[in-house]
Each structure stands twice: as structure tokens, then as C-alpha cells.
Design a protein around this ligand. Sequence first.
Ligand SMILES: *[C@@H]1O[C@H](CO)[C@@H](O)[C@H](O)[C@H]1NC(C)=O
Ligand SMILES: *[C@@H]1O[C@H](CO)[C@@H](O)[C@H](O)[C@H]1NC(C)=O
Ligand SMILES: *[C@@H]1O[C@H](CO)[C@@H](O)[C@H](O)[C@H]1NC(C)=O
Ligand SMILES: *[C@@H]1O[C@H](CO)[C@@H](O)[C@H](O)[C@H]1NC(C)=O
Length: 472
Amino acid sequence: MSLLLTLLLLPLGSSVGSSARQGEGPAVRVTGHQQTDACQCRVNASMWLFPVTAYEAALQNTGSCQATLDSVQENVQLSGQHLPRIQAVIQNVTARLQPFLYLNDGGLYTRLTLQQLSQELSQLEANIDTIHGQQKNGQTRKLHKQVAKLRQDVDQMRIGNIINIKTMKETLRTLKNRAESCKSIPKDFRVQSQSCVKGLMTNISEPVVTKVSPFGKSLIAGSWGKQAMQDSPVETTSYWVQPLVNSNSWGNTVRVYPTLADFLTSTKHHDYNLAPSHSHPDANDGPNAVMYGGALYYHCYRSDKICRYDFATKTVVRVTLPGIEVGYNNRFPYCYYVCSTNSDVDLEVDETGLWALYATSGNHGNLVISRLEWHSKEKTLNVTHTWETRLFKKSVSNAFMTCGVLYATRYQSKVSEEVFYAFDTATGRDDNTLSLPMEKISQGMASLSYNPTDRRLYMYNDGYLLAYPTHF
Ligand SMILES: *[C@@H]1O[C@H](CO)[C@@H](O)[C@H](O)[C@H]1NC(C)=O
Ligand SMILES: *[C@@H]1O[C@H](CO)[C@@H](O)[C@H](O)[C@H]1NC(C)=O
Ligand SMILES: *[C@@H]1O[C@H](CO)[C@@H](O)[C@H](O)[C@H]1NC(C)=O
Ligand SMILES: *[C@@H]1O[C@H](CO)[C@@H](O)[C@H](O)[C@H]1NC(C)=O
């Protein structure tokens, strides 16, 4: 406002100034009476009515306008300095949000989502019908009712355009998990799970085995462990190490030691070639392998598949993981503080069998647990069950399975990790109030796996190989 005023007044002030300078006021008419030598004049005094007050006000205004201009100038300069910083922050935030864009692309709240939800629901209805047909009981009857109620709600939403997809999705997820837990599980699964203790893990001791990797400390990513199958007919006492030799991301060999003593002294090893190169479809992608029976199971190179390398026949059999857009190529790695490169898909073994842990866009990047089964007669690898958790995979540093329970860890410090989360596949329930610390030697934890034969956790800690006894 004051600036506008000044601008209006300014031409007045300047014209006054210039007239004075040139000494040329407006012409003055003088009426004379020729009586004496003197000359009487009548001056039109209104010509001289100079707006002194207005002039002073204008002057003052010009002064304060200068101050205003100065402060504007200052602000512009400051903004000039701040702007690059603000732009940098915006760029940084944009970059950090980039990985989550799929949430938007996926259209959490679109009709398409509703359609997809409806399809998933149909599949669940069919699934529960099958389970109910096999084993009519209170549990499956209840599930049946709840799914019918959800179907009603979804149909209502389609008609009424009332969107509460988030709640619907969560209900669907819970029901799907419960249906999975209800599915009949093969007999041998139950026998093995009898060796399970009831309740959650209560403590993790200090590592009892610590050894520098036989491949040296510079290969900071990989996995290692011990034969994980109870009473395996082959490789009964074997220990193995699998370094990711290319970019700490890919590998195509595994080194096997017949016994712990051989492993500790680095003698009598046997190297197996899983694939002719580290970019072959049969190569190992990321730190995730486990030895289970006569085979090494791992994530196949740049794919949504699990590979099974048979030590005897030296052949690879694979299975595709279920889910909408299984994450790989660092889409959903373990990431809590530092990301473990290519750790998108993880293989685990527990008392109840073989598991794959990964994340899908369909489950919003949250951890998905699939149970795998090897059919030795048919020579096929199959996924039998799949559970979806609410735990964002990139917010945990690693995960493992014990007695059908998934445990997840988070980074605490350079020398400590903490088990903080558990998801029970028997009930579909989770618990994020755990706090079991684990000491480590170095910062990076490429892989962490439970071994049911000795109840130890095997960690690939940069170039160090560590084994921790666990307690229930
Ligand atoms: C004095 O000058 C003003 C403006 O120049 C004019 O409007 C006014 O009529 C003049 N008065 C006389 C008495 O001449
Ligand atoms: C954003 O800033 C943080 C520190 O404030 C930094 O650690 C991170 O690397 C930055 N990210 C990008 C993409 O620049
Ligand atoms: C739990 O493990 C820690 C080592 O991680 C050990 O110091 C502590 O004594 C153990 N606590 C119990 C109750 O066993
Ligand atoms: C296992 O998977 C194979 C394909 O890999 C399929 O042909 C077979 O029917 C599946 N078996 C079971 C029991 O689902």
C-alpha cells in the first residue's frame, strides 16, 4: 500500500524538483498601473500555493519506501540463497519418495483396485470352499461366514461408491492368512513340528562360532550355514559358504565342507558350480541360500523364482513365487539402516520345512511368507501356502523362520541387531514388542538364517561367519 502511494506521489515530487532546478516557474500574469515609477502588481497567489504538507509526506514516504525497497531487496537476496537449499530438499524428498510411487500407481483408491479386490475375494471363496469340503469344522464354517460378509460389503461398495478399500484389504488379508493356516498340512510337516517348543524365542546368546570367511573379508555379501535337514541322508554334517563374487550381488559357486572341523580348518572342501556364469539364469541372486537335504535352495538370477540345485545330479529345478509383482533387483531388499544389496528374496529352513521370504507390490511391499515343498518323485518344487504380513520389508534388516514363526530384526548399532517382530503362520497373528539383542562384529549383515538341527542362527556379517545359540 505504502509503495503504491509513493509511486503515485513520486512524479509530483520530481516535477517540483526539476522546475526549481531550471528556474522556470509557470508564467505569472502581472497587472500593472502606470502611475508612478512604481509598478503595482497583482499576483495570482493561488499559483504559488505549493502543497508543502503533501510534499513533505511524499518525501517521508520516499524515504520509508527506500527502507521498504531495501528490505524487499534483502528478502530477495535471502530467498536467492534459500532457494537452492529448498530445491535440494524437494529433490531429496522426491528421490526418497520415488520407491513408494508404486503405491500411487497401484491406485489404492481406484475402481480397478476394487475390481482386483473382488477377484481376490472370489479366489478366497473358492479356496475356503475347498478347505471346508476337506475338513468341515467350526473354524472353516466361521471363515465361510466372514468371507460372505466381506463379499456383501464389497458389493455394497461397488454400488454405493463408498470407498473404504484400506479396511476391506486388511480384512481380506487377515481372512486369507487364516484360510492358509487352516489348509491341511502334510503329515511329515506335523511330525517335524512336534520337535517345536511352544512359545516365542526368549534369548540369543553370544556367537559360539566366529570365523573369517575362507574367501576373505573383502567379499562382504553371501550366506553360510550347516545342513538344515534333520536326518538328511546326504551331506549329513556338512557346512557350506556361498560368497557373492560379482558386485557383492551375484554368485555361481558354493563351497561345501564335510564336517565342522574341516570348515574350521578350511580343509577338504568341495566347490560346486551352480551355473556357468554369475549372470546365468541359474546363478544365485543375493545373499539368501540354504542347504536342505541334498540340495542348495536360492533365489535365481534376476527373477521371481526359487532355484533348487541338486548336489548329486547337478541340475536345477525352479518354482515361481506367488503374488502380484514379486520384488527383485533391489525393489524390496532388507533395508533397515543400510540396505543389504539384492536381498529381495530370502530362503529359510525351520523345524517345519522350507520357506521363501520376500515382498510383493500386491502386499504393498510388506513381507510375504511362502512355504515350499520338494516332491522327490515328481522332481517338482511347489509353493503350498502363502501368508501376507503387515511388516514393510524395507523396514527390517533381516528375517528368519523358527517353528513356523517368522522373526524380523532391526539394526541397533554397528555392533548390535535386535529381533523385534514375530508373525505366527499357525494363527496369522503378529507381535512387534519383542526385544532380543544380537551382538555382531561388523556393521553389515548380508544374511541371517535359523538352523533347526542345532537351533543356531547363522549370520554372514561382512566377511565374518557367526553362529548364535538360541533359547525358547
Ligand atoms: C489564478 O490561477 C488559477 C490557476 O492558474 C486560476 O484557476 C484562477 O482563476 C486564477 N485567479 C485569478 C483571480 O486570476
Ligand atoms: C537426502 O538427505 C539425507 C540426509 O539428510 C541423505 O542421507 C540422503 O542420502 C539424501 N538422499 C538423496 C537421494 O539425496
Ligand atoms: C541372553 O543372551 C545374552 C547374550 O546375548 C547373555 O548375556 C544373557 O546372559 C542371556 N540371558 C539369559 C537369561 O540367558
Ligand atoms: C507342482 O508344480 C508343478 C509345476 O512346477 C505342477 O505340474 C504340479 O502339478 C505341482 N504339484 C502340486 C502338488 O501342486
